[in-house]
Design a protein around this ligand. Structure first.
Ligand code: GRF
Length: 213
C-alpha cells in the first residue's frame, strides 16, 4: 500500500495534531505528515511541528485584506502540499465552499460532541447546558454545512453531575486523541467507503487496543 501524504490544519494548542504525530511515529498510520497549516502565527501547534520536523505553513488570517484573499492563499498552500488527506484538528475557521468542494472526500474534521448534537462552537458547553448524560467526539468528512458531513468514527464519554466545561472537555479530548488517529488510519488504509450519509468501514487489520475508540 502506498504511503499517504497527510496535512493538518490547526489554529491553537494542537494536542490532536500531537496525537497524529505520535501515531505516525509509532507506525500506526501508513502516512507521512507533509505539513502543518495554521491561520494563527502564535499557535502552539507550530512548536509541535518544528519539534517533529514537520514543515509549517503560516497563512495568517489577519494579514489578508478579506476572507476571499485569505482563502485564496490558503487554497494555494493546500494545493501545493498535494496531500491525500487534509485534517482539520482544532482549525477554528469555517472553510469557504470553494475549498470544501475542491478537497471533497479528502477533508476531515474532529468535533468535540456526538454529532448531529451540538455542532459549532462551545460544543461541551452546549452539552452541559442541555443536560445530556453522554457526549463524546466525532470525526467526519467535511461538507458545506456546519459539522454536518458523513460520520467516520464516534466515541462517547459519560457526563457526570459535577462536571464543568473544563472537566468535560478534558474527558472528551482524551477520546479525541484516540478517534482522530483511528479515522486517519482507516482513510490511509483505503478502508472508508462513503455511501450517501453513511461511511462503511471495510475489513482490514484489527485496530490495536490503544487506537480503538
Ligand atoms: C478539540 O476539542 C477539537 O475537537 C476542537 O478544538 C479542540 C482543539 O484542541 N475542534 P487541540 O488544539 O487539538 O488541542
Amino acid at each position: 500500500m502506498k504511503t499517504k501524504r497527510i496535512a493538518v490544519l490547526a489554529s491553537g494548542r494542537g494536542s490532536n495534531f500531537q496525537a497524529v504525530i505520535d501515531a505516525v511515529a509509532r507506525g500506526e498510520i501508513p502516512a507521512t505528515c507533509c505539513g502543518l497549516v495554521t491561520d494563527n502565527p502564535d499557535a502552539y501547534a507550530i512548536e509541535r511541528a518544528r519539534t517533529a520536523g514537520i514543515p509549517v505553513y503560516i497563512v495568517a488570517y489577519g494579514s489578508y485584506p478579506s476572507k476571499e484573499a485569505y482563502e485564496t492563499a490558503l487554497r494555494r498552500v493546500m494545493e501545493d502540499l498535494a496531500a491525500d488527506l487534509y485534517i482539520l484538528a482544532g482549525y477554528m475557521r469555517i472553510l469557504g465552499s470553494g475549498i470544501v468542494k475542491l478537497f471533497h472526500g479528502r477533508l476531515i474534521n474532529i468535533h468535540p460532541a456526538l454529532l448531529p448534537a451540538f455542532p459549532g462552537l462551545h460544543a461541551q458547553r452546549q452539552a452541559l447546558s442541555y443536560g445530556v448524560r453522554v457526549s463524546g467526539c466525532t470525526v467526519h468528512f467535511v461538507d458545506e454545512g456546519m459539522d454536518s458531513g458523513p460520520v467516520i468514527v464516534q466515541a462517547c464519554v459519560n457526563v457526570e453531575d459535577e462536571d464543568d466545561e473544563e472537566v468535560l472537555a478534558a474527558r472528551i479530548l482524551a477520546m479525541e486523541h484516540r478517534c482522530l488517529p483511528t479515522a486517519i488510519r482507516l482513510f490511509c488504509e483505503d478502508r472508508l467507503m462513503v455511501e450517501g450519509r453513511r461511511v462503511r468501514i471495510l475489513p482490514g487489520n484489527a485496530l490495536s487496543p490503544e487506537s480503538r475508540c
